[in-house]
Design a binder for this molecule. Structure first.
Ligand SMILES: Cc1ncc(C[n+]2csc(CCOP(=O)(O)OP(=O)(O)O)c2C)c(N)n1
Ligand SMILES: [Mg+2]
Length: 822
């Protein structure tokens, strides 16, 4: 909401007509003879060879899947193989002009794109570069499998390396490009610019945009290509990614040096089918995918339909579109027509299409046609084509033999190293800055109005005379978050932050107030209301090499980015074989007062999914220290904040919140009050509820409660909690999450297992009711209150002399509620 852009009703309300430009369809009409100026004979033969390699690679996989045998070699591959036979010209054409700085992202059907991009990279890199990459990748392990007995050139060795690394990955071997942890649908190899392929249809739609954002913000060379299917054009992440990539602000608001569109090309590999649904005529209404461009921005995404059956038409389009992207005119949409002869998967009976249709496309098979063109233009002879095929056959056969040979290509040994995958879930790094050079800022840190205002605040909740400081004068929890974030903005030049209303407004809860003054647009900006893209682009930004803070305004909105948060963010570090780092912090604010769709604590959902660190600070000291750790780390962290306590002052850390930098290790709970009779473990703002309960327990019943603030959910060090339970013999756990399926249940059962011998009673969970969150005026019946904790202790753990319960903690009631599902 930049004030500089005046919205004048006199202009806006004028009548008019919206007119669209034209979208070219299959306009390429050159012959090989026409193109001889830009292609040598070798270039054209290489295009042919690359298509043949892809075809035979997939033919081999098809035979293995369908017959368990290829050229007399038997093998059973139970996993997926979504083949793209028929689509080779589209893949090779796409990759031909791309350099290793140009990144491709793909989908479940991307073997062909991986090989095409790899072959193109091998052609472009010199021998030393290739050897350097191969020798350093997993310390040369993949290379050592293919170099034995190799007699040809380094480039030929690199082709073997590419085929072997890809196939071993598909067969889940440790020598695979991702240690066998990605597999067919997720394989990738970043040194050649091949970025994650995604089994979630459309999943790359927003992740790729984040990689393009990284390139733009950090002045990195290259473009990003998002290869997606025609059916994925219906998916939320694709639409959200396109919206995010097309924001006006890139051209209208970003500083001159950064002005211009994102360097991203959405390349729809349009084979006209989903699995069986026909996109044109049945499941979509666009008729021609390129039409979508017309509605997105005034450039109509420079959309174009091209004939993906002709590799030269595809190369021509990529060459032109790359120029547009380099000229900062992105994003671009290409509708690359193609066809798959193969089924969706080898078990597909093709019941959704006619034999005639498949045959009609096979008759114009791009490999056959291009080969004939090469011969008729005297670029090679038929025998030359046959020689290529024979060489490819031998290479594929050799690759298959090597990758199924258990002595050369074993799987990750989980018997001898049972925690091998566990060790790859996080990278656990400590990195001050992901880039070099001075971070771009607008004013020196000390001149920032918010920084100056915070300087005058009291960093402890009591003043020197022990009197409580007024709210306005206290250093609040939101200040702790801000202080850590602004500090990192002045340290790490790659750091960007965005989300809804992050700029000018200062974030919905004033955490970012003061950041707008500090940062140029490209480091802090408002995103579209597209939670999927907010998280998805952050993932792409992180995996491309930058640090990012994305904000989800209310925890309830994480449903909108469910795939990104649960399927993408947590998985890519391990699925890369632990090569990729994911320095992504997602700030998630948990609400209250706004009813059923703005007041839910869903931290348990996040903690449930392996691969994300989750923290939930409840004090300014912890908020700053945990944010510092999150921003120094290399792992994805979901950082929960409670709207109830943004304004609390520091009551626990003596001397108040330090002005200097400090870290609080993620995973360490903190004893906020010492006690000896009962332990209360809290998550988030229930710390304060528990302290009130502890006061009452002490005053009325003479019980001394030890209050432990979990601070983190994942990872979590149980040792201090178990230590406490050994002393007290009793524990209550409390948080604002609905109690059914809450993370507290997981903690309670872990504690029961690990400290059973010391417990006088089972751990008791005090969570919210399993209802919708009612209006603010009724919240006290929904969220845990201090007297619920006391009632629960009285009923379940230790009778309190003379205590009258207000809430019902009887087993009968618990049984009945569970029976009703509430
Ligand atoms: C989110 C999601 N929904 C459904 C599927 C199952 N599925 C796998 S591939 C596919 C069809 C995708 O079609 P398209 O995007 O055109 O790509 P193509 O398979 O044609 O390459 C479907 C429905 C999935 N993997 N992910
Ligand atoms: Mg399709």
């Amino acid at each position: 909401m930049p004030k500089s852009q005046f919205i004048d009703p006199r202009d806006i309300r004028k009548p008019g007509k919206l007119q669209f430009g034209t979208i070219p369809i299959n306009q390429y009409n050159k012959t090989i003879a026409d193109e001889r100026k830009i292609y040598s004979g070798d270039d054209l033969i290489r295009i042919y060879r690359d298509m043949v390699i892809i075809r035979e690679f997939e033919n081999m996989l098809n035979e293995i899947k369908v017959k368990n045998e290829y050229r007399g070699i038997s093998y059973n591959h139970p996993g997926p193989a979504h083949l793209s036979m028929g689509q080779e010209a589209a893949a090779v054409g796409m990759a031909y002009t791309l350099t290793v700085d140009d990144l491709i992202f793909g989908s479940h059907r991307s073997h062909g794109e991986i090989l095409a991009k790899g072959l193109s990279a091998i052609h472009q890199l010199d021998d030393n570069q290739l050897l350097g990459i191969m020798k350093s990748y997993f310390n040369g392990k993949v290379l050592s499998a293919v170099e034995k007995g190799h007699k040809g050139t380094h480039k030929q060795l690199a082709v073997k390396f590419l085929l072997y690394g890809t196939l071993s990955e598909i067969f889940a071997r440790e020598n695979g490009f991702n240690k066998g942890l990605g597999g067919s649908m997720h394989a990738f190899f970043t040194p050649f610019g091949i970025y994650p392929n995604n089994a979630i249809v459309g999943g790359s739609g927003d992740i790729s945009v984040g990689a393009a954002l990284f390139k733009k913000v950090n002045n990195q060379p290259g473009i990003v290509v998002c290869n997606i299917g025609d059916a994925s054009m219906a998916c939320g992440p694709v639409w959200e990614g396109i919206s995010f990539a097309s924001m006006d602000q890139y051209t209208m608001l970003w500083d001159e040096a950064y002005r211009g569109g994102l360097p991203v090309l959405f390349n729809c590999m349009n084979n006209m089918y989903g699995m069986g649904g026909q996109t044109c005529g049945e499941t979509m209404g666009y008729g021609i995918v390129a039409r979508i461009g017309a509605g997105v921005n005034s450039e109509m995404l420079h959309a174009e339909r091209i004939d993906g059956y002709n590799p030269l038409a595809v190369i021509d389009a990529f060459r032109r579109k790359k120029k547009l992207l380099h000229d900062r005119k992105g994003p671009v949409l290409l509708d690359t027509l193609t066809y798959r002869f193969s089924g969706h998967s080898p078990s597909d009976a093709s019941s959704y299409r006619s034999k005639e249709e498949v045959e009609a496309w096979q008759q114009v098979d791009s490999i056959l046609q291009f080969g004939q063109d090469l011969v008729s233009n005297n670029i090679t002879r038929q025998s030359g084509l046959e020689e290529i095929s024979l060489n490819v056959l031998a290479e594929i056969e050799n690759t298959l033999r090597l990758s199924i040979d258990d002595s050369v290509s074993p799987r990750l040994n989980l018997l001898s190293r049972p925690d091998a995958i566990g060790e790859m879930m996080f990278s656990n790094g400590s990195v001050e800055a992901f880039g070099i050079g001075n971070p771009e800022t607008r004013i020196p840190l000390q001149e920032n109005p918010r920084v100056k205002a915070i300087r005058n605040k009291e960093r402890y909740y009591l003043d020197n005379s022990g009197k409580p400081v007024s709210k306005a004068k206290q250093f609040q929890l939101r200040d702790g978050i801000f202080e850590a974030i602004i500090d990192r903005f002045y340290k790490d030049p790659t750091l960007v932050a965005y989300g809804e209303e992050n700029r000018d407004w200062g974030g919905a809860f004033a955490v970012y107030r003061g950041l707008t003054e500090a940062l140029p647009y490209h480091r802090l900006f408002n995103s579209p209301i597209a939670e999927g893209a907010i998280v998805g682009t952050a993932i792409g930004y992180g995996m491309a090499g930058g640090r990012v803070i994305a904000e989800i305004m209310y925890c309830d909105f994480i449903g909108r980015c469910g795939d990104e948060l649960f399927n993408q963010l947590p998985k890519w570090q391990a699925m890369s074989g632990n090569l990729i780092k994911m320095p992504v912090v997602i700030r998630v604010s948990i609400g209250s007062k706004y009813g059923a769709q703005h007041s839910q604590d869903w931290s348990s959902l996040v903690a449930h999914v392996p691969g994300i660190k989750a923290v939930f600070p409840a004090t300014p000291y912890d908020a700053k220290g945990l944010m510092n750790s999150a921003l120094q780390g290399t792992d994805p962290v979901v950082y929960f904040e409670s709207q109830r306590i943004y304004d609390v002052g520091e009551q626990f850390h003596e001397g108040g919140v330090p002005l200097e930098y400090y870290e609080i290790p993620i995973g360490e709970p903190d004893i906020k009050r010492k006690g000896s009779d009962i332990t209360i473990l809290t998550i988030g703002s229930t710390l304060y509820t528990a302290l009130k309960a502890a006061d009452e327990l002490s005053a009325k019943y003479g019980l001394s409660a030890e209050v432990i603030d979990a601070r983190s959910l994942v990872p979590f060090n149980y040792a201090p909690v178990l230590e406490s339970v050994k002393n007290t013999g009793r524990i209550v756990l409390t948080s604002d999450a609905c109690s059914r399926g809450s993370y507290l249940r997981d903690m309670a059962s872990n504690i029961a297992e690990m400290a059973f011998d010391y417990l006088d009673a089972p751990p008791v969970v005090v969570g919210s009711r399993n209802w919708i969150t009612p209006a603010y005026e009724m919240e006290e019946y929904f969220f845990p209150q201090y007297d619920w904790i006391i009632d629960a202790i009285h009923e379940r753990i230790i009778p309190l002399n003379g205590h009258q319960t207000k809430t019902d903690w009887s087993i009968e009631t618990q049984l009945l509620r569970n029976k009703k599902g509430v």
